[in-house]
Design a protein around this ligand. Structure first.
Ligand code: GCB
Length: 585
């Protein structure tokens, strides 16, 4: 699925702004005909979560209705163009009607879906209605409302009752776009790059929405190069372009080229699409992770899309701020914990040169029989949608198929074997992983190219005992390497920290404790040649369910506060991470 863009052959308009909104706690909207349009709604911002916009909606996860109106822009013609609506992310369940006609539905937040509106759209006065629902349920992914029963391997008393540690924000979270394209134009592009003797080989696969024979002209421009080829295309086509002395993409030098594909019939162009591409390779070799054949070491964070008032809604200024902080602190990477981030975030990772472990929304999975087939099907769907969305980003160096599944169950291994095979079939070019807290007993590490582990010695266990924590970590890492012989990234380690709380000597919750713990962990990690990365949990404090463990409903493991102010640990990490300080501890 290509992100909509505007040029002389296609156009996209943004439908975001203030929509009408109504909660529907008794589920009356369907019967009352709200799908045809409803009156008495109040204004809501799109994109944004509803939870922080209205006090009574703070913990409300049930049904709610959105509505807006639009006219077709000048020159758009449903007789000549393919017209589509594209939602970047609606959490959790979306059902969409245009002018009273049900267009379709989509399950799962954080991933885009498109609906064809061509047959139903009017020139003026279109009424778009979306029913959104975010109930927590054991057969959804991520799951929630899971019975407090040891068979489900999950018991954590928090409200709302999620099986994961972040707030289950609901709403239309990312842009809603209306696009017009040539009905026989480009439907998809897949770009893969290889490097051979300094030249970049760019293999482009094209897919069209029609199958009559036409010509594709592909151009790669940038860094002094201008290379073009032509190739015949029917429903599909392929071309390989060679860029001599390619400027490779890497952190610190994120060189991008412009790939432009034009479709022509009888010499006349009828569609065009442009994509920034980066030439780079990524592979696992022995104990190392190689970018462009050179070992790389990841330093950075797990993060959340989370900010006051907007909740999980797209806020471009926060994206820019977060990249500025990542640059300031000397990070080169992050994981999209625990769901795919916005396409805007991914575009900037390419431009600014950050390495991304791209994670599906499969967090808090458990494998008891009830709902298992459904959870499995959803994980397959998310894996397919994520790879389809992000396959062309040079910044994406690894797929993460889940976070901390409760995998001490016989059904877990076949479940992950299937997801791994699926990811490899869709994209054999990138390493795949599964972020685990099971460590040595994680049987599904068999299907991981890189081991990714979360550890909280010195916090949830051995709290206050940092020397013991480092010993435990060191021993476990060595044992894991002995057992699996694969490179390892510590994808989470950290301590809740109240900004402004100080202690000498350090104590849990103080800024000193967090700074000391992170530095101590990093010292251990850098002594292990098979460790290829350190991701601190978390970049910023973030909202989660209310519980005795979470002061103010916040997870306070950020090295920045929720409003992006550095704690002591941020300064300590900066000393360790800025270029020039890559020496082993
Ligand atoms: C974890 C989870 C993460 C939590 C974190 C914590 O292992 O992967 O989602 O937020 O621990 O702070 O407890």
């Amino acid at each position: 699925m290509l992100y909509p863009q505007s040029n002389p052959f296609r156009q996209a308009v943004d439908l975001c702004g203030f929509w009408d909104f109504a909660f529907d706690p008794d589920n009356r909207g369907g019967q009352a005909g709200w799908a045809d349009g409803f009156s008495g709604g109040r204004p809501i911002a799109v994109p944004a979560s509803w939870n922080d916009q209205f006090a009574e909606g703070h913990d409300y996860l049930g049904a709610a209705w959105y509505q807006t109106r639009f006219d077709l822009p000048w020159g758009w013609d449903a007789g000549r163009h393919g017209l589509r609506l594209r939602f970047g992310s609606v959490n959790y369940l979306a059902e969409v009607w245009l002018n009273g006609v049900r267009l379709g539905s989509h399950e799962g937040g954080h991933l885009p879906f498109e609906l064809d509106v061509t047959p139903h759209v009017w020139r003026e006065g279109n009424r778009l209605v979306v029913r959104v629902e975010g109930e927590l349920s054991p057969d959804r992914v991520p799951p929630g409302n899971v019975p407090a029963d040891p068979r489900y391997s999950f018991m954590d008393l928090s409200y709302p009752p999620t099986s994961f540690d972040f707030f289950p924000f609901c709403g239309i979270h990312r842009p809603v776009l209306l696009s017009a394209t040539a009905p026989d134009g480009l439907a998809d592009l897949t770009v893969q790059t290889e490097i051979a003797a300094g030249a970049g080989l760019v293999c482009v696969q094209l897919r069209r929405a029609a199958s009559d024979p036409v010509t594709a002209r592909l151009t790669i421009a940038g860094h002094g190069a201008q290379i073009a080829v032509e190739t015949p295309v029917a429903a599909e086509g392929e071309a390989v372009l060679t860029v001599p002395q390619a400027a490779l993409w890497a952190p610190g030098s994120p060189h991008l080229y412009d790939l432009t594909v034009e479709l022509r019939r009888h010499g006349a162009t009828f569609d065009r699409y442009s994509l920034p591409i980066g030439m780079r390779t990524i592979q696992v070799a022995g104990d190392a992770l190689l970018l462009n054949d050179q070992p790389i070491y990841l330093q950075g964070f797990g993060r959340h899309e989370d900010f006051p008032v907007a909740g999980r809604g797209l806020l471009p200024a926060v994206i820019v701020k977060d990249y500025a902080l990542l640059e300031w602190i000397g990070a080169n990477s992050f994981r999209t914990s625990h769901y795919p981030y916005s396409e805007q975030m991914m575009d900037l990772a390419d431009r600014l040169g950050f390495l991304v472990i791209d994670e599906t929304p499969a967090v808090g999975l458990f494998f008891a029989e009830e709902g298992l087939a459904r959870r499995h099907q959803l994980c397959r769907q998310y894996t397919e949608e994520l790879i389809a969305r992000d396959k062309n980003h040079p910044s994406v160096i690894m797929w993460s198929l889940a976070n901390e599944p409760h995998s001490d169950h016989p059904a877990a291994k076949p479940f992950f074997r299937d997801l791994y095979d699926l990811a490899k079939a869709l994209d054999p070019s990138r390493p795949t992983t599964l972020v685990s807290h099971a460590g040595l007993s994680e049987e599904s590490f068999e299907f991981c190219d890189v081991l990714t582990l979360n550890r909280y010695y010195g916090w949830y266990i051995f709290g206050g005992q940092l020397a013991t924590a480092y010993d435990m970590l060191s021993e476990e890492l060595d044992a894991m390497y002995t057992q699996f012989h694969k490179p390892l990234i510590l994808t989470e380690f950290g301590a809740d920290t109240v900004a402004g709380c100080h202690a000498q000597p350090s104590e849990m919750f103080s800024e000193e404790y967090q700074a000391e713990m992170l530095a101590g962990y990093i010292q251990v990690l850098r002594r292990k040649p098979f460790v290829v990365g350190e991701h601190v949990w978390n970049m910023c404090d973030f909202q989660t369910g209310q519980s005795v463990r979470r002061v103010g409903g916040l997870n306070l493991k950020g090295v920045f506060t929720r409003d992006r102010r550095p704690k002591l640990a941020a300064h300590r990490l900066r000393e360790l991470w800025m270029p020039g300080d890559r020496s082993p501890g």
